[in-house]
Design a binder for this molecule. Sequence first.
Ligand SMILES: Nc1nc2c(ncn2[C@@H]2O[C@H](COP(=O)(O)OP(=O)(O)OP(=O)(O)O)[C@@H](O)[C@H]2O)c(=O)[nH]1
Ligand SMILES: [Mg+2]
Ligand SMILES: [Zn+2]
Length: 301
Amino acid sequence: MQHLVVANQVGLIINSYGRQFIVEIDGVAYQAVTKSKKTEYVVGDMVNIQAINQEQVQISGLLDRNNLIYRSDQNRSKIIASNIDQILIVIAAKPNCNLNFLNNCLIFAESENVLPIIVLNKVELPESKGLVSIVDELYCRQLEYQVIKLSAITPAGCSILEPLLQGKRSLLLGQSGVGKSTIINQIIPHAYTKTNVISKSEASGCHTTTSAALYHIDSDSDIIDCPGLQEFGLYHLDPDQLIQCFPELRNHAGICKFRNCRHLNEPGCVIQQLYTDGLIDQLRFNLFKSLLSGLYQKKCY
Ligand SMILES: Nc1nc2c(ncn2[C@@H]2O[C@H](COP(=O)(O)OP(=O)(O)OP(=O)(O)O)[C@@H](O)[C@H]2O)c(=O)[nH]1
Ligand SMILES: [Mg+2]
Ligand SMILES: [Zn+2]
């Protein structure tokens, strides 16, 4: 039996697919539509709603967001979730691990001041060995990011995550097939998120999750699952701020020979020197330079 929705209430968006949303009001879920054709709402949003009938509501406005997780490329930006306390970036050696996807997610988290936690899943697989050592050495020891290694298919695989999720709203971000939905199923057995077996012929994995969904772990802890991403574009960043998003570089900001050094090819560049001296990871240095040159080009237009 649904509660009767009275006019002008506030609800939480817990599911979004296309222009349709599920909004939760006092613990009850309602189908929701938007007034305009523009879908500017996302899972995690607090919204004003008006009743259509006992099962359906209309979203009439958005309450201020604490933050907005989104990615962007040259052509468009895509909103993912809002009002997030921490981002769990899930990676796995299988189906594959693109370290620049991880790097971009970390840079985004730094730019928005949201805590990133790296979750390395599928550690029981022999092919995880190389990735485990990269993550231990570079991301954990050198860059000092929090790293959790687990195997979500084992019975107690995700219990190590539980204390970290307490009292927070966490977003799982990752490429398709890394095990995001498996992790949620372990933490909340009744979440019923669909997980799929990666077909041997399709190394990229199945795109199982098709819409973002928020699940309550308890009364003050939530976790959000979202479809696997192939890329996490950062086209919206300000090139002058980029150095602040690299923990290994930001302490060296502002000490190059030229005060307005862009760290691209300028003489006396301290960042370039760090790289020449072998003090910065090559992949991250190359990413820094390629992001910078793209962002400066954008700024010129
Ligand atoms: N070997 C191994 N397989 C795992 C582990 N965790 C998940 N898997 C498998 O990986 C496959 C993909 O898992 P999902 O949870 O659907 O991955 P996802 O990240 O939600 O994928 P998308 O929804 O496409 O983004 C499934 O076959 C899982 O059983 C693990 O710890 N070890
Ligand atoms: Mg999934
Ligand atoms: Zn420089």
